[in-house]
Design a protein around this ligand. Structure first.
Ligand code: GLN
Length: 537
C-alpha cells in the first residue's frame, strides 16, 4: 500500500517548502524507502514554460522533456528520484484534461464541478504518479500558501485523499513561520495558530508542524503550539535558519521526523544513517579550504530563483573542489553600458547562462570576448553557447554582424538559426526541443576529457541551433565542435583549443548536478578557475 504525505505552507510564501519536502524525501530514502515527490502548482498555465523567469524563476526540465517547477530541481538534488512529467501537476493541466473529457462526452448528463470533477482529476494524477514512479511513499507538495483562493481545490483533494486511502496511509505536514518580534524580544505563535485554523476549516488537521524560525523554540513554546494547533508536541519540529540547505535533512533527522512519519504509517524500516551526506556534502560546504570568484553574466540576475540550478551546480562543484564559490552576479545590460573589463577583471571564471530574446545579448557577447581574450575559464550554457559562437564568428572569423536569427532575422551571417523541426511550429507552449538527447563526444577533445566517456545524454530547452553552414569557417580559426547529436548532425558542444577552459554547450548540464556528485562540466570549470586564480597570484 502506497503512503502519501501532503506538505502545505502557511503564513507567508518562500518558507522553503520545496527544500523541506525534498529533505523529508531524503530522510525517508535513507530508511530504505522508495520515494517520489510531486508538486501541485495552483496557477492556470499548463506549465511554467510560457512564463517569464522574473515571474516564475527557473523552468526545470525533466529527462522526458517536461517544463516544470524549480522545486523538482530540489527533489532531484536531495534524493535519488528522477522526476518526470508526472511529478508536476498544475491547475492548467487539470482543467485542460477535465474540459477535454467533458467535450468528449465522458461525463455525459452531468454538471461539471470543482467537487468532484476537478478534485477527482487531481487525485487521479497523484495516484498515477505513485503508480508510474512505483514509490513506497509519495510526498505531495502543495504550492502557494494556505488561505489562497487558487490552491483550494488542491487542499480539498488532499483532504479527500485520507478518506479514499485510509487514515494510516496519509500524513499532513504543515510548514509555518514563527516570527521573532524584536521590540517584544519574543517569538510569536499566533500566525501559525491562524494558519492551522485555516487548514482545519478546510478539514485538514496537520499531523506534523515544521516551524521556520530564527530563534530556538523553547519547550514552553512547543507546548503552546502543540496545544493550540492540536499537534503532538514531539511532532512540532524546529527548522531554524541553516547555513546550508543541505543541513536540513540532518536537522529533521535529529528531531526524529523520520520516526514520527514511519510510526504513523506503521512502517518498520532499517535505522537510518546520513553520515556520508554530512561528510561528503555538509561538512565540505561549511568548511572549505579555498575560495574562488565566479561571474555569472545573465539577463535575469535580479531574481535569485531564475538561475537556481546553475547556482546550485556551481556550489556542488565548489564542494567537490574544497572551495567556496563566491558568485558575482552581473547583469549583462550593465556590461553593455561600461564594458566587460570593469566586471570581469577580478574573477577567475565566467559562466554565461541561458535565456531568450535580444535584451542583454551584446553584454553577454562582450563578456565572452573578454573571457576568451584573457584566458579566463568560461562555461556557456544554451544561450551562452550561442553567444560564444556569435562572438567567435564576429571577432575571430571576421563575419561582421554575425548573429542568431532569434535576434536579427536578416543578419548576413546567421551562425545560429532556427532548428529545422521548429519551422512549422506555431504554438509556444511545450514546443521547444525539450528533454534528454544523446551527444557523441569527439575523441581527444576537452569535452571527452571532462566526461571521460564517448556518449553522454543531457537535457535541452531551445529552438535555435548552430548553423552547420559555418562549421568549416569556424573550425579553421580554431573552434572545436566536440559534441554532436548524430541523428540530426546538431552541434551540442563547442570549445577552443588555445584556452585553458572554454567550453559551451547547447544543453543544460545544471539540471543533473548533485551535491555529492557534481556535474563534470561544472566540476572541471571550478577546477580550472582555481588554477587560473593560482597563476594570477
Ligand atoms: N533562446 C535560445 C533558443 O531558443 C536559447 C534558449 C535557452 O537558453 N534555453 O535557442
Amino acid at each position: 500500500m502506497t503512503k502519501y504525505i501532503f506538505t502545505t505552507g502557511g503564513v507567508i510564501s518562500s518558507l522553503g517548502k520545496g527544500i523541506a519536502s525534498a529533505s523529508i524525501g531524503k530522510i525517508l530514502e535513507s530508511r530504505g524507502l522508495k520515494i517520489a515527490l510531486v508538486k501541485l502548482d495552483p496557477y492556470i498555465n499548463v506549465d511554467p514554460g510560457t512564463m517569464n523567469p522574473y515571474q516564475h524563476g527557473e523552468v526545470y526540465v525533466t529527462e522526458d522533456g517536461a517544463e516544470t517547477d524549480l522545486d523538482l530541481g530540489h527533489y532531484e538534488r536531495f534524493t535519488l528520484t528522477e522526476t518526470t512529467k508526472f511529478n508536476n501537476v498544475t491547475t492548467g493541466q487539470v482543467y485542460n484534461a477535465v474540459i477535454a473529457k467533458e467535450r468528449r462526452g465522458d461525463y455525459l448528463g452531468k454538471t461539471i464541478q470543482v467537487i468532484p470533477h476537478i478534485t477527482n482529476e487531481i487525485k487521479e494524477r497523484i495516484k498515477k504518479a505513485a503508480q508510474v514512479l512505483k514509490a513506497d511513499v509519495v510526498i505531495i507538495e502543495i504550492g502557494g500558501t494556505v488561505g489562497d483562493i487558487e490552491s483550494l481545490p488542491f487542499l480539498e483533494a488532499a483532504r479527500q485523499f485520507r478518506l479514499d486511502v485510509g487514515f494510516d496511509n496519509v500524513l499532513y505536514i504543515h510548514l509555518t513561520l514563527i516570527p521573532y518580534v524584536k521590540s517584544a524580544d519574543e517569538i510569536k505563535t499566533k500566525p501559525t495558530q491562524h494558519s492551522v485554523g485555516k487548514l482545519r476549516e478546510i478539514g485538514i488537521q496537520p499531523d506534523v508542524l515544521i516551524c521556520r524560525t530564527e530563534k530556538p523554540l523553547s519547550e514552553d513554546i512547543k507546548e503552546k503550539i502543540s496545544l493550540f494547533c492540536n499537534v503532538r508536541k514531539d511532532a512540532v519540529i524546529e527548522a531554524r535558519d541553516a547555513e546550508s540547505i543541505y543541513q536540513i535533512p540532518l536537522i529533521f533527522k535529529e528531531q526524529g521526523l523520520d520516526k514520527i512519519i514511519l510510526t504513523h504509517f506503521n512502517l518498520h524500516c532499517k535505522t537510518m544513517d546520513l553520515k556520508d551526506w554530512y561528510k561528503n556534502v555538509v561538512e565540505k560546504e561549511l568548511y572549505p579550504k579555498h575560495k574562488v570568484h565566479i561571474a555569472v553574466v545573465g539577463k535575469y540576475i535580479g531574481l535569485q530563483d531564475a538561475y537556481k540550478s546553475i547556482y546550485e551546480a556551481l556550489n556542488h562543484a565548489g564542494i567537490y573542489n574544497n572551495a567556496k564559490v563566491i558568485l558575482k552576479r552581473i547583469d549583462s545590460e550593465d556590461i553593455e553600458k561600461v564594458g566587460a573589463e570593469k566586471f570581469l577583471k577580478d574573477v577567475s571564471g565566467a559562466l554565461i547562462p541561458g535565456g531568450f530574446g535580444y535584451r542583454g545579448i551584446e553584454g553577454k557577447i562582450a563578456a565572452v570576448r573578454f573571457a576568451r581574450e584573457n584566458h579566463i575559464p568560461l562555461l556557456g550554457l544554451c544561450l551562452g553557447m550561442q553567444c560564444s559562437v556569435i562572438e567567435f564568428s564576429r571577432n575571430v572569423c571576421g563575419l561582421v554582424g554575425a548573429n542568431s536569427t532569434e535576434f536579427n532575422p536578416k543578419t548576413r551571417y546567421p551562425v545560429i538559426s532556427l532548428l529545422e523541426e521548429q519551422k512549422k511550429i506555431k504554438d509556444m507552449g511545450g514546443t521547444m526541443r525539450l528533454g534528454a538527447y544523446p551527444c557523441r563526444l569527439k575523441r581527444g577533445s576537452l569535452a571527452s576529457k571532462v566526461y571521460k566517456k564517448e556518449l553522454v545524454s543531457e537535457r535541452h530547452r531551445h529552438r535555435f541551433e548552430f548553423n552547420n553552414k559555418y562549421r568549416k569557417v569556424l573550425e579553421k580559426k580554431g573552434m572545436v565542435f566536440s559534441g554532436i547529436y548524430q541523428k540530426k548532425n546538431l552541434v551540442e558542444i563547442v570549445e577552443l583549443k588555445d584556452h585553458p577552459y572554454f567550453i559551451a554547450v547547447q544543453y543544460h548540464p545544471e539540471f543533473k548536478s548533485k551535491p555529492d556528485k557534481p556535474h563534470p562540466l561544472f566540476r572541471d570549470f571550478i577546477n580550472a578557475a582555481l588554477k587560473f586564480q593560482e597563476k594570477k597570484t
